[in-house]
Every structure is written in C-alpha cells, then in structure tokens.
Design a protein. Structure first.
Length: 448
C-alpha cells in the first residue's frame, strides 16, 4: 500500500511542473488575465448588484496586475537574475492585486452602503450584523421559530442565522455605530489578513530544504485564498467564508510546524464560526492521532465550537436548533436560496426522489472518506490538506443545496498543500533498530 508522503509527493511534483514555468510568472500572468476576464463579465452580466459593483473595480485591478506580471515575464526573459522578476516582486504584485480587487471594493461598498446604498451588500452581511445586534440585546444571535414566523414573508429568510454563534462577533461593530468601518465585511477582511499573515509567518519560520521553493508555494497558496476571483468576490460582497478559510489554513500551517495543540485551537475557532470547518477539524484530529496528540488537538478543535454553543443553548435552545439544524437541513419556514447547478442539486431537482438519491450519494462519499481515515490516517500536514480539499469538493458537488462560492474552500486547501509538503519542525526521525528492514517507524516528537 502506498504511503501518504509518496502520494502527496507525486501530487506536489505534478503541481510544481506547472508552477515552475518561467519561475511561476507564466501562471501568475494567466491567473490575473483570466481573473480580469471573469471580473469584466461579472460587471457586465451579473444579476446581483453588489457583484456588478465588484466587477467594475476588480477588472481594473486584475488588468494592472496582469500588466505587471507581463512586465516581469519579459524582464526575466532578458535577464534571469533581475529582481523585477524575483519572488519578492511577485509577492508585491499579489499584494497589489488583493488590495485592488478585494480590499478596495470592500471599502468602497461599505462607504456607499453607509451613505444609503442598500444594494451594496449581500444578504449574509445583513444577517451577520443582525445576529450581532441580537447578541447584544438578548444574549443569543438567533431568533426562534415563532419570532421568524411573525416577520413579513419577504423578511423571514433574513431572520435565519445559519452560522455558528461566533460569527455574530463580526456584527458587533454595526450594533454600536452605522459608520462604514462597522460593516461586517471590513472586519472579515481584517481578520482574514491577520490570520493569513500568521499562517505565512508560521510556515516561513519552519525549516525547509529550499526556502525559495517554499516561498513560491506559499505565494501560490496565498493567491488562492485572496486574489482568486471566487475569494475576492466573496470577500467584497459577503465575506463570511474568508475568516473561516483563513483559520483552516492557519491550522494546517501549525500542523506542518508540528504544533498540534495550536492547530486544534485554530480550526476550533473556525468551527465556532461555521460548520464548514468541522470536517477539517475531524481530519486534523486523525492526523494528530498518528503523532499521539489526538486528544490535545481535539480539545481545541471540538472544545471551542462546543463552548461557543453553550450560551446560545442556555438562552434559547429552540432558537439554536431552528437556525443551526432545521434551516440548513431544509426544514425551516423558508428554504435556502443556495441552488448552484452542481450534480447534487441537479439530481435533487430532476429525478424522482432526487433529494434522497443526492443525500445517499453524499453519505456514501462521507463513509468512503471515513473508512480511508480509519484505515490510513494522514501522517503529514500536506496529506491532511489534500484529504480536506478533495472531501469538501465532493461534499459541495453532492449537496442538494449549495453555492458556487463554496468552491473557495477546496481550491484553497488543495493549492495550500504544496507549501505544507516539507519536513515539519521537530519531525526528524532518528534511525531505529530494524529500520533497515523497514519494520519500525519512529514517531516524531510534537509541540503544543
């Protein structure tokens, strides 16, 4: 049976063959150019007003980034050692791209919304801010069944908060003031930037055979979580998924740095915001179990989400169940508008008993992943990221109700994996008796 490191290594080598073209500049140029086309099409054709507003600004940002990458590409062809085409310059272009395609649209739409433009935010922004206000007033971010039923039919969807209680913290600034900086998206962006910076610093401080390769892999992983249109658009118009994603990436970075306890805390914080982080937590616990640190990781990975649920459970248990369980499972007063045309949704709507068929396929995929984790748990952070990425991709494709934007999770996790595929800090293996015959493996020591 092939070991996880071998399979991960093959995956990473295939990716590096694409990544290494022109020292990564070819892929940079392609990314920014295709993103510019996507943003332009969004600005011209989207039926969602916040998306069109994003596209108008982001198109210019992506075009300027593409021009910069083209200039770097030409400079490299003339002189391979020029700093204009080096890794530092590529990081600068990526930072510019994120500032102009995500952060600038966030600020612009927040300012316009504060000035009275009610069409400058998606529904999830309003939901999170209402949750923050309810948390301040009532001690729980959730409305109960009867309170939602009493709302006008057009407002009942916004009465639901299908997130974990921690998400309401991003709505607290709006509960205090109507200033533009109190917009939940501003705080989504700030937390995302801070957490990603910490993840990069964590991986950058861990030993690796070649710092340049790790730096290039890190850059690509950060691009996937920031300037990729599915991420930049999501942050600018809604944004609640980006802090969750960033915390999951930080957890994997901490795993690569051999800090299972801190990895559990990071993914636990993500799980206190949204359910999407819970599968990542399960896989991370399986990874930690191979290092005799499963309990330590589970304390944070499962403990933090449970602690976040306790106050809401004590204040109004029925409201918690209505929002966190009944609504996502399709048993609320209204149904979720998440209906992207992925296989699970198409099966659920086109076939007799389609929802049952789609649910059965989803359960089958979950069972297959569970069997894989039990028989062969991941032993590296990179393998953990790959399992999380492919698992979430399967779940998103098979769920009866899902969104195109959810693809940011598997894409970022899969692209993040090569940056983790290096010897982990403190993971040196000393030769053991019988090692020559391959019959013994010394487990690496772990840190908090």
């Amino acid at each position: 049976m092939t070991a996880d490191p071998d399979r991960t290594g093959r995956t990473c080598r295939r990716w590096q063959a694409v990544e290494s073209a022109a020292d990564g500049l070819a892929l940079d140029l392609g990314l920014y150019a295709v993103a510019a086309v996507f943003a332009g099409i969004t600005a011209a054709t989207s039926t969602l007003v916040p998306h069109r507003a994003w596209g108008a600004l982001a198109t210019a940002g992506y075009l300027l980034a593409a021009l910069a990458a083209a200039g770097q590409f030409l400079a490299r062809r003339r002189r391979t050692d020029t700093p204009l085409a080096g890794l530092g310059a590529r990081w600068a272009v990526a930072g510019f791209a994120w500032a102009t395609t995500a952060l600038l649209p966030v600020a612009a739409q927040s300012v316009q919304r504060a000035a009275g433009r009610t069409d400058r935010a998606q529904e999830e922004v309003v939901v999170v801010e209402h949750a923050g206000a309810r948390l301040v007033e009532h001690g729980t971010p959730y409305l109960g069944h009867d309170a939602i039923a009493a709302l006008p039919p057009a407002e009942q969807l916004l009465g639901y908060t299908p997130y974990q209680p921690g998400m309401a913290l991003f709505g607290l600034p709006r509960a205090a003031t109507d200033a533009w900086w109190a917009d939940a998206r501003v705080w989504f962006a700030l937390v995302t930037a801070g957490v990603l910076a910490l993840a990069v610093a964590t991986l950058g401080s861990a030993p690796s055979p070649t710092g340049t390769r790790r730096g290039a892999a890190l850059l690509r992983g950060v691009q996937a979580a920031t300037v990729l249109p599915v991420c930049a658009l999501t942050l600018a118009t809604g944004g609640d998924d980006l802090p969750v994603l960033a915390l999951c990436l930080l957890a994997l970075a901490l795993a690569a740095a051999d800090r299972p306890g801190r990895a559990g805390l990071a993914v636990g914080a993500a799980g206190a915001l949204k359910l999407f982080a819970w599968p990542v937590a399960v896989v991370l616990i399986c990874w930690a179990a191979t290092r005799r640190a499963g309990v330590r990781t589970a304390l944070g990975a499962l403990g933090l989400p449970v602690l976040a649920l306790v106050p809401a459970l004590l204040v109004d248990r029925d409201a918690l169940v209505e929002n966190v369980l009944r609504f996502p499972l399709g048993h609320g007063l209204v149904t979720s508008p998440a209906q992207s045309p992925f296989p699970g949704h198409l099966i659920a709507t086109a076939l007799p008993a389609g929802r049952i068929v789609a649910a059965a396929l989803l359960v089958a995929a979950g069972v297959a992943i569970a069997v894989r984790l039990l028989r062969r748990p991941p032993r590296t952070a990179a393998a953990t990221a790959l399992i999380c990425g492919y698992g979430l991709l399967a779940a998103i494709l098979l769920m009866p109700s899902t969104r195109f934007g959810y693809l940011l999770y598997p894409i970022a996790l899969l692209v993040w994996a090569p940056a983790l595929a290096f010897p982990e800090a403190g993971a040196g293996r000393a030769p053991a008796a019988g090692a020559a015959s391959g019959n013994s493996v010394t487990r690496p020591a772990t840190r908090a």
